[in-house]
Ligand binder design. Structure first.
Ligand code: PEP
Length: 251
């Protein structure tokens, strides 16, 4: 079955406004290969301008890197999903390992954030993945299964169908160490089987599952050619237009 192909860049806590707009524009000026979607996850203050820049570009979407688990109220410094919706942002990253590790995004908080995203018509890009200790123990598949059971497997079928998943082994994020294409394929196939068991084969076949963890131009083609790998969530290599454009063209 042919699934959506997605190259998503996660700019994290990087780039000035000018740099972000320049990078966004240089990606928008490229011809995005047909059937490929590009998503740029930028810092909150840049989202509105990037979103306006992306409107006329087919298959280019702008994502927030986070949203509050709360709808509104006395939560100083937070950004609500409704606020993202009010500036026409279509996607949000939820469950990135950096949010889980440094900002206390527990499974319960992630469930609340997912609900906020759905309540405000924003499509979550849900991240999962195991730390090195778990990979070394050989328990990586059951670790990821528990992550899914505690969060996205609580969604109803209609909500689940709107997700993009990203498998990001923590030991490969920002380390320069990439999962081999066999390791990525093994986990992606396992996740698809879990979805099939939880929901249906049809849903499992339709959900895009991205790989994240030191994706770069040198390994993107091989990773994206795996049967169950539908693209990448890219950190470091999405910060330079040349390397990200090469990744976009790797499908
Ligand atoms: C990420 O932060 O989602 C990521 C995969 O980063 P990097 O590509 O730099 O490993």
């Amino acid at each position: 079955m042919s699934r959506r192909k997605i190259a998503a860049g996660n700019w994290k806590l990087n780039l000035s406004f000018e740099e972000a707009m320049q990078l966004g524009r240089s990606i928008a000026n490229q011809e995005i290969p047909s059937g490929v979607e590009v998503i740029l996850a930028a810092a909150f203050p840049y989202l509105k301008s990037l979103g306006e820049m992306a409107v006329p570009v087919q298959n280019l979407h702008i994502a927030a890197q986070n949203c509050s688990e709360h709808a509104k109220g006395a939560f100083t410094g937070e950004v609500a999903a409704s606020m993202l919706n009010s500036i026409q942002i279509s996607h949000v990253l939820i469950g990135h390992s950096e949010r889980r590790e440094y900002f206390g995004d527990t499974d319960n908080v992630l469930c609340m954030k997912l609900q906020q995203a759905f309540d405000n018509e924003i499509n979550p890009i849900y991240c999962c993945g195991e730390p090195l200790r778990i990979r070394k123990s050989g328990d990586h598949v059951s670790y990821v299964k528990t992550q899914l059971e505690e969060t996205i497997f609580k969604l109803d079928q209609d909500q689940f169908a709107k997700l993009v998943l990203a498998y990001e082994p923590i030991w490969a994020i920002g380390t320069g160490e990439t999962a081999s294409s066999e390791q990525a394929q093994e986990m992606h196939a396992a996740i698809r089987e879990m979805i099939s068991n939880q929901y249906s084969q049809e849903l499992a076949d339709g959900i895009p599952i991205l790989y994240g963890g030191s994706v770069k131009p040198a390994n993107a083609k091989e990773l994206f050619s795996q049967k169950d790998v539908d693209g990448g969530l890219v950190g470091g290599a999405s910060l330079k237009s040349d390397s990200f454009i090469e990744i976009i063209n790797s499908f």
